[in-house]
Write a protein that binds this ligand. Sequence first.
Ligand code: KG4
Ligand code: ZN
Length: 352
Amino acid sequence: MTKPLTVLGIETSCDETAAAIVRGTPEGARDLIAHQVLSQFEDHRPYGGVVPEIAARAHIDHLDSLIAKTLDEAGLDLSEIDGIAATAGPGLIGGVMVGLMTAKALAAAAGKPLIGVNHLEGHALSPRLTEALRFPYLLLLVSGGHCQLLSVDGVGKFTLYGSTLDDAVGEAFDKLAKMLGLPQPGGPAVERWAKAGDATRFKLPKPLINRDGCDFSFSGLKTAARREIETLGGADVMTEQDIADLCASFQSITATILASRTNRALTRFLDDHPQVDKATLVVAGGVAANQVIRQALADLPVNFVAPPLKLCTDNGAMIAWAGLERLTLGLTDPLEIAARARWPLDELTSAP
Ligand code: KG4
Ligand code: ZN
């Protein structure tokens, strides 16, 4: 049996400073023993979006104390950690560098292995922390920066089935919220408003829905929503009911698009894996927090797995877990590893 490992994970690729510690083995008992997330939300609020320089500076200001707090929560000393994992990309390069440099310094000082984790692989593997989930599975990764369908065949082993041709789905939610004068991040705000809305009121388009393949497009949907806002005289004069109805219609169409494209990917996944009877579909990324979208996906003929809400948005646990999976396979990185702004999943290293 594999020896249980304890891994510290650091996430700084966007506007969340996060650290966590996981302990266990990929196929056996495992536990999230510390979990700290510090959102920089207020720092960016005046600018209506994430400002990379402000994000990097905030990571510098808070990361050391956050890691100390995480070790404290676990009741562990750095010498009791088996490996140090940090997001090495993709993401805002300044922030990624802060987290990765910190991880390198800790790894060098404590003489521990370093694991540079791809943020997307973190999202992709995170459901294996909380579920007894075996490879292969179909993954829908939906976040502020990504919208992809992938076959996950192992650590570092991914086949891309489709991705967005323009906006990521979370980005589309964020832009709709901005147009309506709702707070950022937009997804949770739109979901809250949609609860009181009529999802059938606005007839919004479903871009690419009949097109072959598994790619997505959301910019046409966003433009149609902008036109509806203009027709109503602008966000300032829209009634609360107008806003709620537009949020509900947008959310419902988005759920339909995601479910329909995922259904296509499912056909391909079953063709690629004839040994699989019923596919497992995992949804990950911040948008996976949306209950209407979850329900539309859960209605597909799959074993549906969604991580707990606190693991859907960016967090340190997913980086610690991906680090633990890699460390178990002996996939560690040299201290020279570079931070990367771009890092597609199909460029990952994997075990033979
Ligand atoms: O995974 P994540 O925390 O960060 C990225 O790597 O992008 O995802 C953040 C995105 C934001 O665009 C946010 O608006 C969206 O996830 N999001 C949601 C919900 N909660 C977060 N979108 C729709 N409904 C939600 N409840
Ligand atoms: Zn993310």
